[in-house]
Design a binder for this molecule. Structure first.
Ligand code: ADA
Length: 623
């Protein structure tokens, strides 16, 4: 359809031109980019180690943003749309109330037509990230950055228009069948809703290997129209695992928080592109968007790159019995589904992450938290019966909780938080869950790429302690992933986490305010050794990597040499002398222990038959 005087106009209100509490700022914006990840409580000495929910100290406030609005076109309707405001927003135009939204992770829009003058219109937004007992999440191991931290849009439409308001969704709901039939429900303001059916001949299926997308413009009689992208694919769980387009695949996933580095949550599309380029570099085919819905651009990238998405309701740790809290959780779940349902990348909606309880585990069926989550589950299923509901649990004994999702996954930290091995943990979980298949929604270990230890102690390190050697992270990932890869009952696993992220309450691993279980540092500058472990296992690119390259010096007479190779046998050379040749194990690891060093500089080389080389230098001093 040709653009006409009545066509929809969309204008970005992001970028400069905004004030926040009187200071010029650019949107996306947060006031916590520095204090949200420094881990230093004002006026209090940091505790010796570990984390407590009360220990964070970032600024929580209600801030007032403002900017001028474009002049409205007479005869059109005007809307402002926010991709997210953390955690509550009140919106005013020319001092008059336009609407409010509660919840940090989903989009919302308000009609402002009747509040506008012909020119000189001012938009004001009060963004408030203070803790509120009625807003999910109530507690979590990540910083809840405050602000208008995603994009803002101005939308003008004809009088009768595709609804940009309800649940913050685009107004077009698709039901896509792989036989090519697409049913579209178009929600209309100022007129009756419409249902349409159209057919795509011989549709190409969407998959990680071939992420084929289609686009369609839905125009209505008034001249308004909305473009929607979609894809054809089936997702299902069968008795023996996860199936995409009828083919079984074991998902190789990572967890991502939306903290995108030094900007915190105020990420620009290019920050998100960089993050997903790094995820794609590992060869992962799935991502868990922990622990909440992320930006529209993130779902777009995953559609385009063919990354399967686990999209999560922000129900974490504690729930509240207050009716307002439940209403808010239901609303956040509804918005997540309504806004993201057309994305072929989303393979599952997740109901919760690690829910605690105030009744003993053996009486957990009495738990009122389960009642709330059952309602949330019902709402998700009512809106979208086509996708499975999953959840991330850490409580094997909570049968009723664990039976709520269609498919269960566990957060497992053997060797890091627990004393068991992942095989023992898995056996316990399978037994307790009564299920034949399970996912691993989190596993991992802290890793500071500037802290090293060789040899590693046989036992467990203190996870809340000051030292998180990079070598421990590698050792635990290699052991965990080896067990995961060999267990045919695991339908998918998700590394915790792809990137280090802001968790202001943490003081550990030589760095305050950071959860350092990422494969890549928070500033995205350092791919840790564990990153290359996954790249060697998952990527199609040949990988030869030698670990501990940042361990510049030692006083030890010998070192451990660990490497990853997806290009065959590896020969170790120390100062030009061959030490031996190894065939990588089932997770592509080669290890030499007790490799003697000369005094002064040592050059350690891993070499493959086709001439690939990875080099590590280490100075041995006797001081
Ligand atoms: C939990 C939780 C995550 C993360 C992790 C950790 O499993 O689900 O949010 O914080 O612990 O790093 O300890």
């Amino acid at each position: 359809m040709m653009a006409s005087a009545h066509s929809r106009k969309t204008l970005s209100l992001s970028g400069p031109g905004w004030l926040c509490d009187g200071e010029e700022v650019c949107i996306p914006h947060t006031w916590n980019s520095l204090d949200g990840a420094d881990g230093s409580p004002a006026g209090e000495p940091p505790p010796s180690g570990g984390m407590s929910i009360a220990a964070d100290s970032y600024l929580r406030k209600a801030a007032r943003y403002s900017r001028r609005l474009p002049d409205p076109t007479p005869g059109m309707r005007q809307f402002v749309r926010f991709e997210a405001v953390s955690r509550k927003a009140e919106v005013y135009v020319n001092g008059r109330f336009a609407g409010s939204h509660v919840g940090a992770f989903t989009a919302f829009a308000f009609e402002v037509t009747d509040l506008l003058r012909s020119s000189d219109n001012v938009l004001e937004v009060v963004a408030d990230n203070r803790w509120d007992p009625d807003v999910a999440p109530l507690s979590a191991d990540y910083t809840l950055f405050g602000g208008i931290y995603r994009g803002v849009e101005w939308i003008e439409t004809p009088q009768v228009c595709v609804d940009p308001v309800t649940d913050g969704a685009c107004g077009v709901e698709l039901d896509v069948n792989t036989n090519g039939t697409v049913k579209a429900k178009i929600r209309i303001l100022g007129g009756p809703d419409e249902e349409r059916v159209f057919k795509v001949e011989n549709p190409e299926l969407w998959s990680p290997e071939s992420p084929k997308l289609y686009e369609r413009e839905f125009a209505i009689e008034s001249g308004d129209s909305v473009k929607v992208r979609f894809g054809f694919r089936t997702v299902e769980f069968r008795e023996d695992g996860f199936y995409l387009n009828g083919t079984k695949r074991k998902l190789r996933g990572v967890n991502r928080h939306q903290d995108a580095g030094l900007c915190g949550w105020a990420a620009k599309p290019e920050d998100e592109d960089r993050d997903f380029a790094l995820i794609a570099e590992t060869g992962a085919d799935a991502v868990r968007l922990a622990h909440y819905p992320q930006s529209p651009h993130v779902y777009d990238i995953c559609d385009e790159k063919g990354i399967l998405v686990w999209s999560e309701v922000p129900a974490i740790n504690w729930l509240s019995a207050s009716p307002k809290f439940k209403a808010n959780l239901l609303q956040q779940a509804r918005e997540m589904v309504a806004q993201n349902r057309n994305h072929p990348c989303v393979f599952a909606w997740s109901l919760f992450n690690e829910i605690y309880n105030d009744v003993p585990e053996d009486r957990a069926e009495e738990g009122w938290m389960e009642d709330i989550l059952e309602e949330v589950r019902g709402e998700i299923k009512r809106m979208d019966p086509s996708r499975p509901v999953v959840a991330a649990s850490d409580r094997p004994a909570r049968r009723r909780l664990n039976d709520l999702p269609d498919q269960l996954a566990f957060n497992a930290y053997p060797g890091w938080y627990g004393d068991t091995t992942i095989e023992e943990d898995m056996a316990n979980w399978f037994n307790a869950s009564g299920r034949d298949i399970l996912g691993i929604s989190e596993y991992g270990a802290g890793g500071n790429p500037f802290e090293h230890l060789d040899p590693l102690p046989a036992g467990r390190l203190d996870p809340g302690g000051p030292v998180h050697p990079e070598e421990t992270q590698v050792r635990l990932h290699a052991a965990d992933y080896s067990a995961i890869a060999q267990d045919g009952r695991i339908w998918g696993s998700f590394v915790w986490a792809m990137f280090d992220f802001a968790a202001d309450a943490r003081r550990e691993g030589g760095k305050n305010g950071i959860n350092d279980k990422g494969l890549v540092t928070r500033d995205r500058f350092v791919r840790k050794d564990a990153f290359y472990f996954y790249k060697a296992n998952w990527s199609k690119e040949p990988v030869l990597h030698v670990c501990s390259q940042r361990m510049a010096e030692t006083t030890n007479a010998a070192v451990t040499v660990v490497g990853f190779s997806s290009c065959g046998d590896v020969t170790l050379l120390v100062n030009g002398h061959p030490v031996g040749t190894q065939t990588p194990d089932q997770v592509k690891v080669v290890t030499w222990t007790g490799v003697p060093l000369a005094e002064g500089e040592n050059v350690i080389i891993l070499e493959t038959a086709d001439g690939a080389r990875a080099v590590r230098r280490i100075v041995r001093s006797t001081r």
